[in-house]
Ligand binder design. Structure first.
Ligand code: DGJ
Length: 383
């Protein structure tokens, strides 16, 4: 009888343990900025300068494939998928570079940076935009490239690359501002950073220079607003001025409408998000691969006016964005006001070893703040 009881008790205990174990929430994996982030195969994720798309229950992380010794594109745009934002499956190169034609816009060896993907509900296509520099031409092309796919994991079909909005002046310029362009003579402003040069940049010296061929487009972001309108945000005018350009209904071209932000402010790496009707944008300065202090702007409308705020970063190396450079702000699906700041810690001598910074954005009196955390879990947003 005693033996029987012990047997029954241990059965019961086992069942109770099983029930408890099954109903306990799965343990969340920590997010450790600056560390190696292994994918499902145990290999460090290779998706730099990236962004994340959430589609039908899955997150897709797109980014630049970096190789061992060069930052040039030898593979193309990578995609990783995840259900939980911590475990990522490599989906491969969804926009591969072209191997057999050195004259192709995205020929192997070009510079293909900061790819972002958005979903168009009307066309049901996935649209990718990226910063493109032509093979062998350094950073002089300053083009935007676009590709489309039927599935989030591609394959993406390259459509074209070009500068942006040729022949168009900023949408918010008055007749007076447009007329003032005629008075700007580039020969008078050869020396940079003088008050006169600053004033001339503000008035559109480089907008005028690039009017015919289109505006330069380097570091970039995409943003889809609540009304479905999409925007391309990019460093233009020799990286001196950001431009925010409206995309057409299928998101594969510009409409010709654009505004400028912070002329001569030297902003790169724009990352946008919207909270309670306010548009926020985190950017960096322009110091190549070396980190610098993050900047932050807000606006009541995507077309501005944009107001600058203090650096949102707090903690060790806050004055150099914790050693990184912004790339994206990721809204966490299903949670209100949950945003993750994504940045890259570049390693130009060993680009494949570049690391990721993912930190939760906090709000102090409505203003975003990014505190450094060695390690955190997603339930931070539930607190
Ligand atoms: C900084 C940019 O943000 C990067 O995407 C890359 O273009 C480097 N400059 C190149 O120096």
């Amino acid at each position: 009888m005693k033996k029987h009881c012990i047997y029954l008790c241990s059965l019961l205990a086992g069942a109770l343990w099983l029930t408890a174990a099954c109903s306990a929430p799965a343990e969340l994996k920590p997010i450790c900025s600056g560390e190696i982030w292994p994918d499902a195969d145990g290999t460090h994720i290779n998706a730099h300068g990236g962004g994340v798309l959430y589609h039908e229950g899955t997150y897709y992380w797109y980014g630049e494939h970096k190789s061992d010794s060069t930052s040039k594109a030898l593979v193309g745009v990578m995609c990783y998928s995840s259900k939980n934002l911590t475990d990522w499956q490599n989906e491969g190169a969804v926009l591969p570079v072209v191997e057999n034609d050195t004259t192709h816009d995205i020929a192997k060896g070009c510079v293909l940076e900061r790819p972002k993907v958005i979903y168009n509900k009307q066309t049901r296509k996935f649209v990718m935009w990226f910063h493109l520099e032509l093979r062998g031409k350094g950073y002089s092309a300053a083009r935007a490239g676009v590709a489309v796919a039927d599935q989030p994991t591609g394959p993406f079909r390259f459509l074209r690359s070009s500068r942006v909005n040729a022949g168009q002046l900023p949408a918010d310029w008055s007749a007076e501002q447009r007329a003032a362009l005629d008075t700007l003579n580039a020969d008078h402003y050869k020396k940079w950073w003088t008050p006169e040069w600053h004033d001339a940049i503000d008035k559109g010296l480089l907008v005028k220079r690039d009017l015919e061929g289109g505006q330069m487009a380097r570091d970039m972001q995409l943003f889809v607003d609540d009304n479905g309108k999409a925007y391309h945000i990019y460093s233009s005018e020799e990286n001196l001025t950001l431009q925010i350009a409206e995309l057409n209904d299928d998101y594969t071209a510009h409409t010709g409408r654009y505004v400028r932000v912070a002329p001569a402010g030297h902003n790169e790496a724009p990352a946008l998000f919207k909270k309670d009707g306010v548009y926020w944008m985190i950017t960096s300065g322009c110091t190549g691969w070396a980190p610098n202090e993050a900047r932050m702007f807000s606006a009541p409308s995507i077309e501005g006016p944009w107001t600058q705020h203090p650096n949102p970063c707090r903690g060790p190396k806050q004055e150099i964005t914790f050693g990184g450079q912004s790339t994206y702000v990721l809204p966490v699906a299903g949670k209100e006001n949950a945003f993750i700041f994504m940045a890259d810690i570049w390693r130009p001598e060993h680009p494949i070893d570049a690391r990721y910074i993912w930190l939760p954005i906090e709000f102090e009196e409505g203003v975003p703040v990014i505190n450094w955390r060695d390690s955190w879990t997603l339930d931070w947003f539930d607190k």
